[in-house]
Design a protein. Structure first.
Length: 365
């Protein structure tokens, strides 16, 4: 299978794209890929390290300032022409977009050239780019069933998030790797790979309240906040880390997770059946994290607090109450069942294989 893949801007788009690539490689070892991403976002560093050929294009998101949008329009036209040339030269079997504005010229160029196109939406409420591209994509994979109403439902396939499958199949981390006790429960607190200024301050100040508790606490600050706290003293049952590589392996061991509710994190929480306190980031497009979180809150599968309402005391109380309420945690785990597809990457692969045709694998949903 020859595949052009595009996704960019955040890990919530990039890692599902990489999960799709990994699954295709697993199924068809001779597959070839070309990843088209931005010239200045995180995918430029992440993707080449995986040994995947990378083509960068200059592209920006829309800005409220008119002059910047004039520059953007020029970039879109230029990048569209570049994508047409690049895709034609690579001659893929299919072109896949996994979110972020970088996918717009890629999918449009592929559509214009007559190549088969597939886009994937990770959030419950689709981003502007995917909503626009839905008109041009041949098939659309979604992670939550309620996303279907935003697209032509004849094109829609409920695949689940491609990252979910990797989360389910990952091995558990030995708790000793991060200094935790084998025989104690712990709460895992993380606000994203870069951390959050406001939440980081609240969380750090909250940690002293856990002194003497029978359970342990892991706080992942994000690398940009760790220098501020690395020399501070915390209770013995609290571990403060800059980051955790492949954190899903540690999340699997947690009794409770406190996190943002981006699509990938939420997908892992659902797939692994993890009780959680979710705090949507208010700094994201279309307030999509809040809308993601509503799905769990309405099912009583998580406790959601908006960042503006978070205080040191009320967050501590909610964590401590849940850590001491086995019945409530059990109900959360039960209510998480059936909210999303676990085999997201395999489902996407089967869709792509069926679109291309002449494949042994059949659709399995």
């Amino acid at each position: 299978m020859r595949v052009v893949v595009s996704a960019g801007g955040t890990g919530g788009h990039i890692y599902p794209a990489l999960a799709i690539i990994d699954k295709i490689k697993e199924k068809e070892k001779t597959s070839e890929f070309l990843y088209i991403g931005t010239h200045n976002r995180m995918e430029k560093d992440i993707v080449p390290k995986r040994g995947i050929p990378y083509k960068e294009i200059e592209i920006y998101g829309f800005n409220k300032k008119t002059l910047k949008n004039i520059k953007l329009l020029k970039c879109v036209i230029k990048s569209y022409k570049e994508c047409k040339k690049t895709i034609k030269n690579f001659n893929p079997d299919i072109v896949v977009g996994v979110g972020g504005y970088v996918t717009a010229p890629v999918i449009l160029a592929a559509h214009k050239l007559g190549y088969k196109t597939f886009i994937h939406e990770q959030n419950s409420v689709p981003g502007k780019t995917n909503r626009f591209l839905g008109k041009y994509a041949d098939k659309i994979g979604i992670s939550f069933e309620n996303s279907a109403k935003y697209f032509d439902e004849k094109k829609v396939v409920f695949t689940g998030n491609p990252c979910n499958e990797a989360a389910l199949n990952s091995s558990k981390m030995d708790k000793k790797e991060v200094g935790l006790s084998d025989n104690k429960d712990f709460v895992y607190i993380v606000m994203g790979s870069l951390g959050s200024d406001k939440m980081s301050n609240i969380l750090v100040e909250m940690l002293s309240k856990f002194e003497g508790k029978k359970y342990e606490v892991v706080l992942v600050t994000g690398t940009n906040h760790y220098d501020k706290v690395k020399d501070m003293s915390f209770p013995k049952n609290v571990k403060v880390l800059p980051y955790v590589d492949n954190q899903t392996r540690l999340m699997k061991q947690a009794k409770l997770v406190v996190s943002r509710c981006g699509a990938t994190t939420l997908g892992e929480i659902i797939t692994l059946g993890l009780p959680s306190i979710i705090i949507p980031s208010p700094y994201v497009a279309d307030n999509h994290q809040y809308k993601n979180g509503l799905i769990l809150e309405e099912k009583q599968a998580a406790l959601m607090i908006e960042e503006k309402d978070v205080t040191i005391d009320n967050l501590y109380e909610k964590i401590d109450n849940l850590m001491n309420d086995s019945e409530k945690l059990s109900k959360m785990r039960e209510n998480l069942k059936g909210l999303t597809q676990a085999n997201g990457a395999s489902n996407v692969y089967n869709v792509l294989a069926s679109m291309i045709g002449d494949r042994n694998d059949k659709w399995n949903y």
